[in-house]
Design a protein around this ligand. Sequence first.
Ligand code: AMP
Ligand code: GLY
Length: 424
Amino acid sequence: MRVLIVGGGGREHGIAWKLAKSPKVEKLYCAPGNAGIAEVAECVNIGVMEFESLVAFAKEKRIDLTVVAPDDPLAAGAVDAFEAAGLRAFGPRKNAAVLEGSKAFSKDLMKKYGIPTAAYETFDSADKALSYLETADMPIVLKADGLALGKGVLICSTLEEAKAGVRSLMLDKQFGSAGNRIVIEEFMTGREVSVLSFVDGRTIRIMTSAQDHKRAKDGDKGLNTGGMGTFSPSPFYTDEIHAFCQEHIYQPTVDAMRAEGREFKGVIFFGLMLTEKGPRVLEYNARFGDPETQVVLPRMKNDLVDVFEACIDETLDQVELEFEDNAAVCVVLASEGYPEHYEKGYKISGLEKFAGADGYYVFHAGTKFNENGDVITNGGRVLGVTALGSSLAAARANAYKAAEWVQFENQYMRRDIGKAIDEA
Ligand code: AMP
Ligand code: GLY
């Protein structure tokens, strides 16, 4: 089979690495890819939003399956574009990707179908949002409706902060048109869990659980980022919680999308909060998580091609997902200053240490080759170092050991990824 992956970050490196292990894949391409993905796939210089060029490339190379991984092209209809050209593509169509693309849509869906989530109101006007805040309890959460790289969520402890937040989202357009509409929601407390699943429109199969660390600094301080590290499985995601989610969250979400005429095929990533009153949905993503993928796929036993095909062919009911009875931890090596200002272009050394190191992986997020063929930093999140272990504690020790194998200037990492497991 000839497979094309659309995307070029750590998540896509994880997917590419896993697909490259499938005996069914004879040729793998990635657009645009990065320096790490280039080890397992041929990278093609086409941007993820250049649908016409992507489709033309897939036709020319007789691609059998295209995997659209990032949220922006999914929300903009990349899968529809491939299908319109008679090509097979994995991922939700535009009308289903709205599950992630619009927070107002997903909140309304949950309310309509009784799926547990935080209480909320939606606002199209800053004036109405500001007057609503006058009577609301603090802290409170403001969310830009549209996609904002995981950064369009403001948690405000005081009325003043909340008002400033509304102004910055809706009037100053901090996240552009993503803030034309906002959701204001109840602040919840509890542990967060990321649960990834495959969906074929009707059947949903849950992968293993994981936990991300979204804040930039140790102790969950600093700004929200795309994710600074992950571990899998989450020891807080018990069988009892799983059973509750199966009944009240997972299948109901898939059924709700079908009932709305928005059949969902692809990956649904449930961002859950385990509150005192039970699990609640914080958010849906219509794609694999980053860096959740980097701890989930190394633990998965199935051939990923089989699972992708079953989602497209609506035969997921015949697939059982299997995971190793082990644990994985991923530590993100970032550029100092991420998610705000940071420098790029520094040479990365030590990557070769991962070759042949069983159970250790370095997934590239923001890297590229310079003119001399050296791998250099090319983003805020640069690498994700993943290690397996027989327990979470062992995996964490291994991941931090392997993080020392790599060096680049202005390197920054959180030192407390997976610390929460000590409390489990
Ligand atoms: P989201 O993009 O919706 O997942 O929000 C990003 C982060 O903000 C989440 O991972 C949570 O840490 C936090 N968050 C979002 N919604 C709430 C809420 N209702 N209560 C408390 N924290 C929240
Ligand atoms: N790691 C969170 C996300 O992929 O949205």
